[in-house]
Design a protein around this ligand. Sequence first.
Ligand SMILES: Cc1cc2nc3c(=O)[nH]c(=O)nc-3n(C[C@H](O)[C@H](O)[C@H](O)COP(=O)(O)OP(=O)(O)OC[C@H]3O[C@@H](n4cnc5c(N)ncnc54)[C@H](O)[C@@H]3O)c2cc1C
Ligand SMILES: NC(=O)c1ccc[n+]([C@@H]2O[C@H](COP(=O)([O-])OP(=O)(O)OC[C@H]3O[C@@H](n4cnc5c(N)ncnc54)[C@H](O)[C@@H]3O)[C@@H](O)[C@H]2O)c1
Length: 449
Amino acid sequence: MTQEFDLIVIGGGTGGNGVARKVACAGWKVASVDCRPHGGTCALRGCDPKKMLVAVTEGVEWGRAMAGKGLTGDLSVRWPEMMTFKRSFTDVMPERIEHGLDKSGVTVLHGTARFTGPDTLEVDGKPLRAKHFHIATGARPMTLDIPGEDALLTSTDFLELPDLPARMVFVGGGFIAMEFAHIAKRAGAAEVTVIEMADLPLGGFDSDMVEMLAAATEDLGIDLKTGAKVREIRKSGAAFEVDYETASGLRTVTCDAVVHATGRVPAIDDLNLDAADVEHSRRGIKVSPYMRTTNPAIFAAGDCADSGPNLTPVSAAEARIVAMNLLAGSDAEAIDYPPIPSVVFTLPQLATVGLSEAEARDKGVDFETHSAKTDGWYSSMRVGAKWSGYKVLVENGSGKILGAHLVGPGAEEQINLFAMAMKTGLTANQIKELIFAYPSYASDIGSMI
Ligand SMILES: Cc1cc2nc3c(=O)[nH]c(=O)nc-3n(C[C@H](O)[C@H](O)[C@H](O)COP(=O)(O)OP(=O)(O)OC[C@H]3O[C@@H](n4cnc5c(N)ncnc54)[C@H](O)[C@@H]3O)c2cc1C
Ligand SMILES: NC(=O)c1ccc[n+]([C@@H]2O[C@H](COP(=O)([O-])OP(=O)(O)OC[C@H]3O[C@@H](n4cnc5c(N)ncnc54)[C@H](O)[C@@H]3O)[C@@H](O)[C@H]2O)c1
């Protein structure tokens, strides 16, 4: 028999759970379905577990930076113990989240959802019907279409490794490669190689800041290869050979594990979206500013939608709009993204918000660039940070902050203050008038503008 609901949410991550709970709390009959335990990428396979590993490796970095400054002893990572620490968070999350949904009156279902019509779907063959749907199925690693691709570990596999391989290669030089390579190297991997096809890793971040992070990465002992495109992966006994093409010909690196880090694409292949009249492209499910798909009864948000950048707080902001419009029964509120900060959680951290110099120039904005290396500043010197700097764009006349690009300790929090200043329209002079606790990373901001 077909089970009927007011709303079925597909995907139990950041972009789905809030919608399910809010709408159920308003008295709707809601189901939430996920093919894995509820929790989604951020809590179970992404941001949160990743940053627990970073927390452990911060100890190693601290020991290294403070060596000869009065701190003694060699700190090192026991990988299996670190994994147990990570699981102390991730193992309990699905039950906690599913209990929260259940308490809100949401029916929790497990299985893969597939549309069979504009208002019907199947979950592992079980028929369901709903007046509304919300799709928040996230993203998956992109297909590379190269020989030997099956050998690639995903970021999820990396976060579950029982032991740390001695020699690791990361294919791609974006967020995942840089963050995970830093973790692997500080955790004791003998050889860590990052292979990026562009001339610099982390496209989209300010190139001067990226160059500083690249220098820090090489200083840590990571082999960062740029202008290098991976062509093939071959198994060679227990090891792997990774072929990559450079301007001077084909090269090979041998390793014990190869990790996929070439980007993620919308996870929409299983959904049979055409049956539901939901338009989609390689960029994801087509959504209006109200997060409505081309089927007015179906919404989408987060990594699976062709909307904002694939970051957790963006999924959450879009989900908020979905819940509002579902409950309003109309296009009551459009998404209006504030300046979106983004951080690469390497050590040092790399952070960005707002316009890059090139974007500001293209827009014809009249601005001034404030930029410096800050390894000589007290905040960096105090913690032995060798690589730190900033670039802040301030509009001439208005004094408004147009963009901020930071590398170094404290960048992950400083960038949020810049985002807040940009959203609220604080000018450089107004920021300089603020009193921040001293000494703190925030108190450096006035000197950056
Ligand atoms: C390794 C890694 C680290 C990251 N670190 C950060 C970070 O530090 N900061 C940050 O802001 N962002 C980070 N991100 C990105 C962030 O995790 C995502 O942007 C965010 O989790 C997306 O949320 P979502 O709800 O859209 O999708 P998800 O959280 O991925 O949820 C989608 C859910 O849908 C389910 N699903 C998929 N298809 C179906 C189907 N057909 N039927 C039923 N269920 C289905 C999946 O099992 C999944 O649980 C990271 C991503 C990765 C991979
Ligand atoms: N801290 C964070 O916020 C965070 C952390 C991890 C992941 N994420 C999210 O997950 C997404 C996926 O991360 P990612 O690192 O896989 O992708 P990415 O888009 O950040 O980087 C992919 C990189 O791979 C390179 N590349 C592609 N094909 C290649 C090839 N054949 N050989 C060599 N290089 C190649 C690209 O030039 C690019 O630099 C991110 O875009 C982001 O949305 C966010």
